[in-house]
Design a protein around this ligand. Structure first.
Ligand SMILES: C[S@@+](CC[C@H](N)C(=O)[O-])C[C@H]1O[C@@H](n2cnc3c(N)ncnc32)[C@H](O)[C@@H]1O
Ligand code: SF4
Length: 362
């Protein structure tokens, strides 16, 4: 459905939505010290049951209980492959040929059909560009048809022509566009022209359905940290918030064991080859807890591999892959790998000393 001129670009916020957002703003201020995380919280938790489940998951994490109470979100990799080679991502990794490029329709349906009722949202992302999947719009409608909110992360460079119209007419809840601080850095890090991206996003904003939200996200790295506070001024016509993500990395050397919160976020990740992993940064599937070609999802969730993985983390015996995980700290954004178990030292990129970022969240 194409919008007519003079129509608002976003739907009016309902009373419940306003109340939830206000509650998250207060919670974000209490937990993180500023209200910037409210938008991220709202994206993931719009149902009271999800809030409750996540609160229990986090309590289990804090108490080091090797159990996830409920799975509340899923991340699906429709495409393992990309039209770009960002230096924070594929650009520095040897990933070619590691698993199949496109997720099959049958596998996709198997995943969505077996998601527990506690799941609220399904995000299309992981290691690749979702817009490269020829059936992405059908996947979105399939997800929405089963009562889940569909979220897509995209680099936005393919957001034009037929792909744009199909996405704009789909039942998408959120289109999350990854951006960079300015044209020079965008060229250097992502190899793109930011003006083209901006034009694509503007065209999508005009064409999208009222209930589809456009959001922006950026990876904070030493090359753009000084510019983060000013990004909203440039992109404010498209979105009210920018999600600032700390740059994750995999070092050659192992660090100290740490209590990573990622597996307790209640999110499971589904890769093009059917592997299921509790970590969204498990690009080589070293932490897979099962595969959907051999098992059902409930067997995987309740199975020994998931439990053993959680036990290893709570006992300070995290797998070698976890010990090589790094994250550049950004002020006001909680780290996943923060709680080192034997050492209080954190990796220091210098980002913590910078002023708080406007609208930062994750
Ligand atoms: C891997 S991408 C896949 C989706 C799509 N291709 C995109 O760029 O949005 C998902 C998100 O991860 C972010 N990302 C890339 N490299 C990252 C890193 N090293 N640490 C944290 N996030 C990263 C991207 O900017 C993007 O917002
Ligand atoms: S961040 Fe997204 S666009 Fe960039 S290389 Fe990774 S998957 Fe591709």
């Amino acid at each position: 459905m194409w919008q007519r001129r003079n129509e608002p670009l976003t739907k009016r916020k309902t009373l419940t939505e306003r109340a939830l957002r206000a509650a998250y703003a207060v919670a974000s201020r209490i937990i993180y010290g500023d209200s910037a995380h409210a938008d991220w919280m709202y994206e993931k938790m719009q149902r009271p049951a999800t809030c409750f489940a996540i609160a229990i998951n986090v309590a289990f994490y804090a108490l080091r209980v090797p159990r996830v109470y409920k799975i509340t979100s899923a991340m699906i990799e429709p495409v393992f492959g990309c039209n770009l080679r960002c230096k924070t991502c594929w650009g520095v990794l040897d990933l070619e040929g590691h698993r199949q490029t496109l997720m099959s329709w049958d596998l996709f349906c198997k995943i969505v059909d077996s998601l527990p009722k506690s799941v609220e949202s399904v995000t299309f992302a992981l290691l690749g560009e979702p817009l490269l999947h020829p059936r992405l719009h059908e996947m979105i409608d399939y997800v929405a048809g089963r009562g889940f909110r569909a979220i897509v992360f995209t680099n936005g460079m393919l957001l034009k022509g037929e792909a744009l119209s199909r996405l704009a007419q789909s039942s998408l809840s959120v289109l999350n566009v990854s951006i960079e601080a300015d044209n020079e850095i965008a060229g250097e890090i992502r190899g793109i022209d930011l003006d083209i991206l901006r034009a694509n996003v503007a065209a999508f904003v005009k064409a999208k359905r009222l209930d589809t939200e456009v959001k922006l996200s950026i990876v904070a790295h030493p090359g753009n940290r000084d510019k983060l506070p000013f990004i909203l001024k440039e992109w404010g016509e498209f979105a009210e918030h920018i999600k600032i993500c700390p740059q994750m990395g995999v070092s050659e050397e192992s660090g100290e064991p740490f209590l990573c919160i990622e597996p307790w976020r209640g999110n499971l990740n589904f890769f093009t080859n059917g592997n299921v992993s509790p970590c969204c940064f498990d690009m080589y599937n070293e932490l897979a807890i099962g595969n959907l070609s051999a098992q059902t999802l409930s067997e995987i969730i309740q199975g020994g591999a998931f439990r053993a993985f959680l036990q290893r983390i709570t006992r300070g015996q995290a797998p070698p892959r976890c010990l090589r995980c790094t994250e550049l700290p950004v002020k006001g954004i909680p780290l996943r790998v923060r709680k080192r178990m034997h050492s209080k030292k954190q990796p220091d990129s210098g980002l913590r000393d910078k002023p708080a970022q406007d609208g930062s969240n994750r």
